[in-house]
Design a protein around this ligand. Structure first.
Ligand SMILES: [Zn+2]
Length: 279
């Protein structure tokens, strides 16, 4: 599932292509993904609206619009497990799994979602209760410490809670704990202040590196998926999975110590770690 870095890279691709565009028509082909707004309300708000900018909050994309009556509205997009969003010239046939289609005054915006876990709606309330963005002033070692204290939950499982830090999911929780050299199974409350500060720093670092990697990757957003989770990479580029240090590398050598990466299951999710670096 795409996490903060993948969504941020997508935001930077979408914004210049959508800014200033007017929505001419809205087609909803998979009604499930526009819940709870519904197709009629979505069309009423969006047809005639102008796209001002694309923001991001955690793993959500925020399409900020000015409606035809001059109000500001925000459409919230979430890629779910396998969703993809891109802009194309609007001439080809529609992909089979098109969920939402925005016809623009130039080109069209497509949201493809084969598994229909994605969302595109007008309910910013879903963002309430979310923790700080990793680069905001509110994201401090003290904040992380307060969110880890008083819980017996394993630190890795705790990091998946979006109230701890926005946008970290299964991939970057494993990556950050490896970067910090912390055993993912330890209860969050047992981390000492130095370990918490290290983890805080590692979370920023692994997210920053992943964004840089995505920005430098010459991605083909309308192309097929290939290990970068949902972006296709342009011709000549290797699949991007090896940019990760531990995620999905069970049985392979740790790139830092040469030990063997292990896969465990925590709260029904896979965790990847190196016992040598994180013992
Ligand atoms: Zn190692």
């Amino acid at each position: 599932m795409p996490e903060l870095p993948e969504v941020e890279v997508l935001r930077r691709y979408l914004e210049p292509r959508l800014q200033g565009r007017r929505i001419v028509e809205v087609e909803v082909r998979r009604p499930r993904v526009v819940r709870p707004t519904g197709e009629a309300a979505l069309r009423e708000a969006l047809v005639g609206a102008c796209l001002r900018r694309v923001d991001r909050r955690g793993k959500h994309l925020l399409f900020v619009l000015r409606t035809s009556s001059g109000c500001e509205r925000t459409a919230v997009g979430h890629l779910g497990m396998t969703g993809r969003m891109y802009v194309d010239p609007g001439k080809g046939a529609l992909p089979r799994h098109t969920a939402v289609l925005l016809h623009l005054d130039q080109g069209r915006f497509l949201f493809e979602d084969p598994r229909q876990f994605g969302r595109f709606h007008l309910e910013p309330g879903v963002l309430e209760g979310m923790g700080p963005e990793p680069w905001s002033q509110d994201w401090t070692p003290d904040h992380l410490r307060s969110r880890l204290s008083g819980t017996r939950q394993a630190v890795k499982t705790r990091l998946l809670d979006q109230s701890v830090v926005a946008g970290v999911g299964n991939i970057y929780a494993s990556e950050a704990l490896h970067h910090a050299g912390i055993d993912p199974a330890r209860p969050g409350s047992q981390l000492d202040p130095a370990e918490t500060a290290r983890l805080w720093h590692s979370i920023r670092t692994v997210l920053e590196r992943a964004i840089e990697d995505g920005l430098g990757a010459n991605l083909d957003f309308a192309g097929g998926g290939d290990g970068l989770f949902y972006f296709g990479s342009a011709a000549g580029r290797e699949a991007g999975a090896e940019r990760l240090q531990v995620y999905d590398r069970a049985g392979k050598a740790c790139l830092r110590c040469g030990g063997t990466i292990e896969r465990t299951v925590q709260a029904a999710r896979s965790t990847f770690s190196c016992p040598g670096c994180q013992g």
